[in-house]
Design a protein around this ligand. Structure first.
Ligand code: NAP
Length: 516
């Protein structure tokens, strides 16, 4: 079986010792092995700092933008191959695979455009100049310059392509080299991406490296000018934040973690209306797309009590039509979850949530279409319902990272909806679906302090919008509290994490020469 090498210090190198076997989650067929035993992670970080950093910083934003475009073009040229790999290695339907792979290409293109727009400069002005005295020569100006270290990216298993690209696009445009570590279980796609990019010679030496297998001591070698961007569970995020080297060197850490995203249906929306159907469609998409393994998926569905029965029936009706099975088959709408441990986690999570209410759809047990008997990490979609006013502590605290959502009836009052949503203690994105602008505004302002993004669902945007579960590069991604407290993307805002903000204070003409 093939062992997937890492790409470190400008060369491919296989790990030794214990290797993890990567399998097809639908068939459990072994696909490859990966491990990072014996690889010199310290040298890899130093190579990125000393070779990759200077090369990138010598370029203007427009030139770095052109690199991102070349990366996107290279991936586009291999899109079908990446989609196939995503289906076999990640349990993704072709639609799920597109979500990841096309999301990667789209994000690279979006940041390529931003680079082009910034033009032939290497320093960014941060806001306007500030007069500091009556004498107009004494002047202040904030600027952003690239950090001189390495950006270490640690990604979750659910988006091996997008996760790599969305972080790398921002870091590379800012002028920082990247060492990226995908989650091992689904790393085949990330590995192939690095192969494609190195074959295409899309990037200067040291700009992008790949560590396959466990992080090991990778983060023990971070220094004061490095940054760490992590996506994954809260527990791993907390352990990274508390590493002595990270604390001692004041290393910037961005954490993207769990989230109990909620969607609120407004009391003005009646069954059968356009907004109702739009709401049902978005809930259904988030439950089943990537088998619910999206950090932004709707987990809590808030519905006015007087129409909870109808919404439950509508959802159950649609969920009954979902074919679960081997995603290589066109007829399959939902594939397996990514790993055996993920399946175990989903099962124990469902059992916990069900104690807060009752199961109204899906037992978890499924006859998966097109999978060998007894094989694959399959579950049904699962819908749970709690009683109006029930405290349901687990529903508001346990993220079940699978095709699982809970119906939470509420009175129809905006304040109650906002209070219930905020019990998630910080989230990536929550939504309100209503045509009543006053209700929408009350909910939005009630939940905004607890989220990185709020989605305003309305029939008026239904055609144009991909729904709350899609992260767009122009808008910030991240959230406070349990979501990790991080912030990524957001167009140019994302660059600030990888750059040092410096206040210049001095003679205006000299400052204006530096910041043109
Ligand atoms: P995880 O177990 O925390 O793993 C995430 C990444 O961290 C993997 O690459 C993993 O590598 C690595 N890792 C594990 N232990 C580490 C350590 N001690 N030091 C450094 N790296 C370490 O999370 P997961 O199960 O892959 O992801 C699922 C979670 O991610 C869910 O809770 C989901 O909500 C969250 N998520 C959040 C976002 C977001 O944008 N906010 C996006 C996607 C997922 P190995 O695979 O090699 O163990």
């Amino acid at each position: 079986m093939r062992t997937l090498p890492s790409y470190l210090c400008g060369a491919w190198a296989e790990g030794k010792g214990d290797l993890e076997t990567l399998v097809n989650p639908a068939t459990e067929e072994p696909l490859a092995q990966a491990g990072a035993g014996g690889l010199d992670r310290k040298a890899a970080l130093e190579h990125a700092r000393t070779k990759g950093g200077p090369g990138l910083r010598a370029l203007t934003f427009a030139e770095r933008g052109a690199l991102l475009q070349a990366m996107g073009d290279a991936l586009q040229a291999h899109r079908n191959e990446l989609l196939d790999l995503s289906v076999t290695s990640g349990g993704n339907t072709r639609g799920d695979a597109k979500f990841d792979v096309d999301g990667a290409i789209f994000t690279l293109a979006a940041y390529a455009d931003l680079g082009k727009g910034l033009g032939e400069v290497k320093v960014l002005a941060d806001g306007e100049g500030i007069p500091l005295a009556r004498n107009p020569r004494f002047h202040g100006q904030h600027i952003l310059v690239p950090r001189t270290g390495v950006a270490v990216h640690v990604n979750a298993f659910n988006f091996p392509a997008w996760g790599l690209a969305e972080k790398a696009a921002v870091a590379l445009l800012a002028g920082m080299p990247v060492v990226t570590k995908p989650a091992t279980s689904s790393a085949l796609v990330a590995h192939r991406i690095l192969e494609i990019l190195t074959e295409a010679q899309a990037l200067p030496e040291g700009a992008l490296s790949l560590l396959m297998g466990a992080a090991g001591d990778l983060l023990e070698h971070v220094g004061p000018f490095d940054v760490v961007a992590f996506t994954g569970s809260s527990d791993t995020g907390a352990s990274i934040r508390s590493l002595p080297q990270v604390i001692k060197n004041s290393v910037r850490v961005n954490v993207e973690a769990d989230s109990l995203n909620a969607a609120v249906l407004g009391p003005d929306v009646a069954a059968g209306e356009e907004t109702w159907d739009y709401f049902v469609k978005d809930v259904l998409r988030d439950m089943t797309q990537k088998a619910g393994q999206k950090c932004t998926a709707i987990r809590r569905v808030l519905v006015p009590s007087d129409r909870a029965d109808r919404l439950r029936d509508d959802l159950v009706d649609r969920l009954s039509a979902i074919t679960v099975g081997n995603p290589a088959l066109e007829s399959v709408r939902m594939g397996p979850v990514a790993t055996a441990s993920q399946l175990e986690d989903v099962r124990s999570g469902v059992a916990q949530l069900a104690r807060d209410g009752r199961l109204v759809f899906g037992s978890g047990e499924v006859q998966a279409v097109g999978a060998p008997p007894g094989k694959g990490f399959f579950t049904t979609p699962v819908l749970i319902e709690v009683e109006a006013g029930a405290p349901a502590p687990s529903v508001h605290s346990r993220e079940v990272f699978g095709p699982v959502a809970t119906l939470v009836p509420y009175s129809g009052r905006a304040e109650e909806a906002a209070e219930l949503v905020s019990r998630g203690r910080g989230g990536l994105v929550s939504s309100v679906y209503s045509e009543d602008a006053a209700f929408t505004a009350d909910v939005v302002l009630g939940i905004a302090p607890f989220h990185g993004r709020v989605f305003l669902g309305s029939a008026k945007i239904a055609e144009a919008s991909p729904g709350p579960g899609t992260v767009l590069p122009m808008l910030v991604h991240g959230g406070p509290g349990r979501a990790g407290g991080g912030e990524e993307l957001g167009g140019l805002r994302g660059l600030a994490f990888y750059m040092q903000r410096v206040a210049l204070e001095g003679s205006r003409p000299v400052i204006e020469k530096i910041v043109r």
